[in-house]
Design a protein around this ligand. Structure first.
Ligand SMILES: NC(=O)c1ccc[n+]([C@@H]2O[C@H](COP(=O)([O-])OP(=O)(O)OC[C@H]3O[C@@H](n4cnc5c(N)ncnc54)[C@H](OP(=O)(O)O)[C@@H]3O)[C@@H](O)[C@H]2O)c1
Length: 208
């Protein structure tokens, strides 16, 4: 896939590196591609140039910058938008229960939006887990995009659970809040959640 990662911070860089390792064609969208701070961030372009025609656009900017960042992007099918943001310093803006709802409202209706990669420390996005154990990665959003993002996250090593549509985005953001709470109250950044005893996927019953 051609992947545009908007933001060259901890999340953007980890996802750019991890997806490039999987053989994807990755461009990092930064407001000033000549900014020396981003010199080691791989291939760079303005957010608009990076996003044009991309199969996947990953939003990896601070919550307060989401509206500004999205306003500059030319988004149209078949692009899928991945929202990796969390409202950490402040709640989502008035009228929006989640960052996912805000993002969904700012992206054209025909473009699927999926909440993903926000529930774990950015450094673990490079490996998909900790010490060789896959990390649990809940995702949710528009079905047409969830399939694409689920497959990508599995390739990155995660134990992915697609929780459902946009009504399940709050669960994903709550899961991120739990990781952040533990990180801040003494656990540090080295941990991730894993699931024990997960049932095998249901096997389809062949039609007669
Ligand atoms: N850090 C984590 O472990 C972690 C984990 C999961 C999810 N998250 C979430 O992921 C998002 C990114 O986190 P981060 O830690 O990677 O943040 P970060 O290190 O602060 O980087 C944010 C990036 O966003 C860019 N940016 C800011 N405003 C922008 C705009 N209006 N348009 C385009 N780009 C803009 C910045 O560009 P400049 O360099 O040009 O300022 C910077 O490259 C946040 O919502 C965060 O809550 C973070």
């Amino acid at each position: 896939m051609r992947i545009a990662v908007i933001g060259a911070g901890s999340v953007g860089r980890s996802l750019a590196t991890a997806t490039e390792r999987q053989g994807h064609d990755v461009v990092v969208g930064v407001r000033d591609p000549d900014d020396p701070r981003h010199a080691d961030a791989g291939e760079r372009a303005t957010p608009a140039d990076a996003a044009a025609g991309a199969d996947l656009v990953v939003l990896a900017v601070p919550a307060a910058a989401v509206a500004d960042a999205l306003a500059s992007l030319p988004l149209a099918p078949p692009t899928v938008v991945v929202d990796a943001t969390n409202a950490v310093a402040a709640p989502p803006p008035d009228g929006f229960a989640t960052m996912g709802a805000l993002t969904r409202s700012l992206v054209p209706a025909a473009v699927p939006v999926v909440k993903a990669f926000n529930t774990i420390g950015a450094e673990h996005l490079l490996t998909g887990g900790v010490d060789g154990t896959p990390a649990f990665l809940p995702i949710a959003g528009d079905p047409a995009g969830v399939d694409v993002v689920e497959a990508l996250a599995r390739d990155l090593g995660f134990d992915v659970a697609a929780l459902g549509g946009h009504d399940a985005v709050a669960l994903v953001e709550d899961h991120a809040r739990l990781w952040i709470h533990l990180m801040r109250t003494g656990w540090g950044r080295g941990f991730a959640f894993a699931v024990l005893g997960r049932p095998a996927p249901a096997t389809a019953v062949p039609a007669d």
